[in-house]
Design a protein around this ligand. Structure first.
Ligand SMILES: [Cu+2]
Length: 198
């Protein structure tokens, strides 16, 4: 009788710890930009990247996947002012292999556009707000409910894209998760041990 209730409580503790670990260490998400339409001209793919972004929550540790025809499109990581102007004389980074994964390593606004002439002006541009990795952080998202046109409202946020923007928070989060998992396993083991000895 005592053994049985001990195992049951052990089981409950295990399930509770497992659920807690899922909440604490939510797994990184790969966001496929434009879903099936991919990264293309909005009129061609019937996709609106502003609406797409508004329907997703981006967190540090997640990534973006741009799928596109490299002979027609590319992906530029640009500053906010370049994004707004659809002008990219000096993109932060350029990608053109047709399948670009963009790791989101820091909090803040990120801006992307196609560098092929005219495409950005036709709406092939994407702005997202990256939130901290930990869930439950009360960071407001200025991107939600934004205009659907080609211009963002002025003064949405200070430009975050200049400067080295060190990203130790990412590895810090991973280490925190690993420690938490180890701790969880230890606790569950102790509970199971004691329940077996009852
Ligand atoms: Cu393009």
């Amino acid at each position: 009788m005592a053994v049985k209730s001990g195992s049951v409580s052990g089981c409950i503790a295990f399930v509770a710890a497992f659920c807690l670990s899922l909440i604490r260490c939510s797994f990184a998400i790969e966001h496929v930009v434009g879903e099936a339409a991919g990264w293309t001209l909005p009129s061609f793919g019937h996709v609106n990247y502003t609406a797409w972004a508004a329907n997703h929550t981006f967190r540090v540790g997640d990534s973006l996947l741009f799928n596109y025809r490299p002979d027609i499109h590319n992906v530029l990581l640009v500053t906010r002012s370049d994004y707004r102007a659809c002008s990219s004389p000096n993109p932060v980074a350029t990608f053109d292999n047709g399948k670009t994964t963009m790791s989101l390593t820091s909090v803040g606004s990120k801006y992307y556009m196609c560098g092929v002439a005219g495409h950005c002006g036709l709406g092939q541009k994407l702005a997202i707000m990256v939130l901290p990795a930990e869930s439950g952080s009360p960071v407001p998202s200025p991107m939600s409910g934004g205009p659907t046109g080609s211009l963002l409202a002025p003064g949405i946020s200070p430009s975050p894209s200049k400067g080295p923007a060190a990203a130790p928070s990412n590895s810090g989060t991973s280490i925190g998760c690993a420690l938490f998992f180890n701790l969880m396993i230890g606790v569950v083991g102790a509970i199971l041990n004691s329940s077996l000895q009852l």
